[in-house]
Design a protein around this ligand. Structure first.
Ligand code: IDP
Ligand code: MG
Length: 173
């Protein structure tokens, strides 16, 4: 396969997924990443990182006024997080255009499940692996625009990899 035929990643919808400190401590990194891989999404970035307070506050700035905000920042900065980017598969090899259908952002939110793990369906990550909102093991962007914003916050230029997945024709018609 010819890497130069990969569409520019800017044209491709991408989501920012973060395995929170409880997920790392509990040894769930492989399990969680595996669920997105098995679904068929393409991994385009990956990092282990101790999040500084300022970055956690910027990431969750929409929740600043919530009473749980200080506890949330303590939680996210309490140990290393693993974060990654998953992209929609594209049939770029043949057509050079993004796959139409439910985007990776919305689909990843479905795989993750409801914010409160007690309401998350079995089969979802939070439904299977977590019990409390304050320890819900994983974050996923809630819109394509927020996906772009979060990727910009957590990754530096040149850290993402656009690559042609050889299995793509078996996942996208
Ligand atoms: P989301 O992660 O499902 O998108 P948001 O409402 O964006 O949920 O909240 C971000 C994170 O803040 C949650 O995943 C959870 O870790 C934390 N959080 C939200 N609501 C509460 C709460 O009521 N108590 C404690 N933590 C909360
Ligand atoms: Mg959210």
């Amino acid at each position: 396969f010819l890497p130069h035929l990969v569409a520019s990643m800017e044209e491709v919808e991408q989501t920012y997924i973060m395995i929170k400190p409880d997920g790392v401590q509990r040894g769930l990194v492989g399990e969680i990443i595996s669920r997105f891989e098995r679904k068929g999404f393409k991994l385009t970035g990956l990092k282990l990182f101790q999040c500084p307070k300022e970055l956690a506050e910027e990431h969750y700035k929409d929740l600043q006024s919530k009473p749980f905000f200080p506890k949330l920042i303590d939680y996210i900065t309490s140990g290393p997080v693993v974060f990654c980017i998953f992209a929609n598969l594209v049939n770029c090899i043949y057509f050079g255009k993004a796959w139409e259908g439910v985007g990776v952002v919305a689909s990843a939110r479905k795989l993750i499940g409801a914010t409160n793990p007690l309401n998350a369906e079995p089969g979802t990550i939070r439904g299977d692996l977590a019990v409390q909102t304050g320890r819900n093991v994983v974050h996923g962007s809630d819109s394509p625009d927020n996906g772009k914003r979060e990727i910009g916050l957590w990754f530096n230029e040149g850290e993402l990899c656009a690559w042609a997945a050889a299995l793509e024709p078996w996942l996208v018609e």
